[in-house]
Design a protein around this ligand. Structure first.
Ligand code: SF4
Ligand code: SF4
Length: 439
């Protein structure tokens, strides 16, 4: 199976089949070495290993089957796109490839060098035609969150249909009114693709499906981080499961995440931890980790630490809030509730963004974590600048923090590992000193 079995389909949607197969081969090899070699993995990870092997194969066939049935396929780069509406229309809404350094040189033929690697990587995937998700999408839904993204859509639109959603940068009454209108417009775009009007019931059903997915992820998040004595799954596996939530069929995915959580609950009851007692437990904050960006998690977990959650869009920021469907009996109320839910997202593109800072401190306390790593992609101005206020708040609370800025190149992996190692050593020392003092 895998991409080989779907070669004809991949060619028919414009994928550069040879280059794509080579990239997938390398990606699978990296996955095998970095993930499948871990000891004592939960059995529930077998599904996600299978999904990885079919990530650009069977899943692409499923999406193209939906398109053949006139269902929408929408590619995105941001968690502001209301996937509930696409799901309600029976279609697929998914994140596009944007985590690999391999496509960046191609992107730099059209984009400046000094912008965020996520944007360049995604743009390069389109130029190379090596992301089957991009090739399968009716259109890409962009947003106006950061300057680099906002402008790069105009260039991406030369190669693929792109619609842009105007996301406000403040959350005043008038901003929220405009935001609701954008969601209505998004729904109308989806209706254009399907050629039929979406009913309230369909959209509510789509919302229920996505709510269930987020609930399952919240359950996983709690199992990863809330018990200081037992960590039943590695941070790498936890991250990978969340990453796949942006690609998989939401109903099947939710079922598999819940099955995994059942197993993890049993592990917690039995005291089965994948890390030795007293392993420093870290929270990771900041920009999203698009696959295969596993650099930081590898650095932490290969040097004696554990990542217990990601305060990131591929992480807690994505699943922390759900859409309240209570008493929703008309479309206008549903649009209002969707807007309310999306306005809870605390992306650094907003000013001010104080709820994010309060949330981080609270998350740290709830999880009894030992430290945090503030991670930003190079040239991501919003998260880089916001780091000042976040680290200031952490310092006030006496929370140890390491700031790391990185891109996708392998060159700084050694330096990151050394810095993480030193940070972990200081945390271990602090832990021992506290235990001694409390004796
Ligand atoms: S960090 Fe902001 S812009 Fe980026 S995916 Fe998250 S919400 Fe969207
Ligand atoms: S990581 Fe930052 S710069 Fe990159 S796309 Fe997201 S918000 Fe924009």
């Amino acid at each position: 199976m895998g991409v080989e079995a779907h070669k004809d389909l991949l060619g028919s949607i414009g994928v550069d089949v040879e280059r794509h197969a080579k990239m997938m081969g390398m990606g699978l090899e990296a996955y095998k070495n970095q993930f499948m070699s871990q000891e004592n993995r939960p059995k529930g990870m077998e599904y996600f290993d299978w999904f990885m092997s079919e990530i650009q194969g069977q899943r692409i066939a499923e999406i193209n089957q939906l398109r053949a049935e006139k269902k929408p396929a929408v590619g995105t780069f941001c968690i502001f796109v209301p996937e509930e509406i696409v799901t309600g229309a029976g279609g697929a809404c998914y994140g596009l490839c944007g985590g690999s350094p391999a496509t960046i040189p191609d992107a730099e033929t059209e984009l400046p060098r000094n912008i965020c690697p996520l944007i360049k990587s995604a743009h390069g995937f389109k130029l190379q035609r090596t992301c089957a998700y991009t090739q399968s999408s009716d259109f890409i839904y962009g947003e106006t969150t950061c300057e680099a993204k906002k402008k790069s859509w105009e260039i991406l639109a030369k190669h693929h249909p792109v619609h842009v959603m105007n996301i406000p940068h403040m959350k005043r009454e008038k901003d929220l009114r405009m935001w609701k209108e954008e969601i209505v417009e998004f729904k109308e775009h989806i209706e254009e693709v399907t050629g039929k009007k979406l009913s309230l019931e369909e959209m509510k059903e789509g919302t229920r499906i996505v709510n269930e997915k987020r609930k399952a992820l919240l359950r996983l998040d709690a199992l990863r981080g809330m018990n200081p004595d037992v960590m039943p799954i590695s941070g790498k596996d936890g991250l990978f499961v969340v990453q796949m939530g942006f690609l998989d069929d939401p109903v099947r995915y939710t079922e598999k995440v819940n099955e995994l959580c059942d197993e993890l609950e049993q592990r917690v009851r039995d005291g089965v931890s994948v890390f030795p007692k007293d392993t420093p437990r870290l929270m990771v904050l900041g920009t999203p980790f698009a696959p295969p960006n596993w650099k930081l998690h590898n650095a932490v977990e290969n040097t004696g630490g554990a990542v217990i959650n990601e305060e990131s869009c591929i992480g807690h920021r994505y699943f922390k809030d759900n859409v309240n469907l209570d008493g929703v009996n008309d479309e206008d109320t549903l649009m209002e509730r969707l807007m309310e839910r999306y306005a809870e997202i605390d992306c650094a593109c907003f000013t001010p963004n104080t709820p994010r800072i309060d949330k981080i401190v609270q998350m740290y306390k709830d999880r009894k974590a030992d430290g945090v790593i503030y991670y930003t992609l190079s040239f991501c101005h919003t998260y880089n600048v916001e780091a000042h206020l976040v680290t200031e708040a952490l310092e006030k609370e006496g929370i140890p923090c390491l700031v790391i800025e990185s891109d996708y190149s392998p060159e700084d992996a050694g330096q990151i590992k050394t810095r993480v190692e030193a940070f972990l050593e200081s945390l271990t020392f602090k832990k021992k000193a506290t235990a001694f003092k409390n004796k």
